[in-house]
Ligand binder design. Structure first.
Ligand SMILES: Nc1ncnc2c1ncn2[C@@H]1O[C@H](COP(=O)(O)OP(=O)(O)OP(=O)(O)O)[C@@H](O)[C@H]1O
Ligand SMILES: [Mg+2]
Length: 239
């Protein structure tokens, strides 16, 4: 069964047309990379899927339900493009940040209990950050911070994780290790949708690539097709 189905999706901001008749679907266990030059609408596409924006035309179905009606929020998790851009003195600890990932499940005012703590430490363990639970988030490296935000996404045991450029601003070794981590999570059964400019690091872990173009169109390829068209080098650039 397709867990995400996008059909004839078009979207315009009031002054600008962005996406034009995009269609693709992904199944449980897929690892989709979304690529395209700056401004082609990659972040906008994720926001549409997550119902933070409404399509101008077309439809988006998550687990068979129209995204505007979708309420099973614990099935999905989102790591936003600017997740790690906060003040270095931001007072939260790693454990506190990851526990925020449980709120869609619990509601804001439930107490953080031993069971929650176990979920938080499990998630930190899966990203190799269990030893940092008490650290201040601002004291970690960019790559470590991204791992913490991935742990936050994992805390509620989602079926699918959406990540918007989780490898921006970190060195190439950290990029490769985040991509490996995502590959492992995917091998463990989590479906992944990832916007990235680091396609050459992640292509070996992914199985599908959606290419957004400046004319608003989108094309879905298998990762093999993508590699054989050797888009990897053409599209590989950093901000
Ligand atoms: N709230 C908004 N109102 C109007 N225009 C917007 C808004 N948000 C984004 N845009 C414009 O829509 C286009 C697509 O933006 P989007 O952030 O989806 O691109 P992107 O592919 O994620 O780019 P990047 O690679 O830089 O992250 C851009 O031209 C952007 O300036
Ligand atoms: Mg973006």
């Amino acid at each position: 069964m397709a867990i995400l189905e996008v059909k004839d999706l078009s979207f315009s901001y009031p002054d600008k047309s962005i996406l034009h008749r995009i269609s693709f679907s992904i199944n449980r266990g897929d690892f989709l990379c979304v690529v395209g030059t700056n401004g082609t609408g990659k972040s906008t596409l994720l926001k549409l899927i997550l119902n933070r924006l409404r399509p101008t035309e077309g439809s988006i179905r998550l687990f068979g339900t129209d995204s505007s009606q979708f309420r099973s929020f614990s099935k999905i998790a989102y790591v936003s493009q600017k997740a790690t851009s906060f003040n270095k003195d931001f007072p939260a600890t790693v454990e506190e940040i990851v526990s925020l990932g449980l709120y869609s499940q619990k509601g804001l005012f439930k107490r953080y209990n031993a069971e929650d703590k176990e979920k938080v430490y499990n998630a930190l363990d899966r990203v190799g950050m269990a030893g940092y639970a008490r650290n201040k988030i601002g004291n970690l490296s960019g790559g470590q911070q991204q791992r913490v935000f991935i742990a936050k996404a994992l805390a509620a045991s989602p079926d699918i994780i959406f990540l918007d450029e989780p490898t921006v601003g970190i060195d190439i070794k950290a990029v490769d290790s985040i991509c490996c981590l995502l590959g492992e999570l995917n091998a463990g059964g989590i479906t992944i949708v990832m916007v990235t400019h680091d396609i050459s690091s992640v292509i070996y872990h992914s199985n599908k690539v959606l290419i957004l173009s400046e004319d608003g169109s989108g094309e879905l390829l298998s990762s093999q097709e993508f590699t054989s068209r050797s888009f990897v080098n053409l599209h590989h650039h950093h901000h």
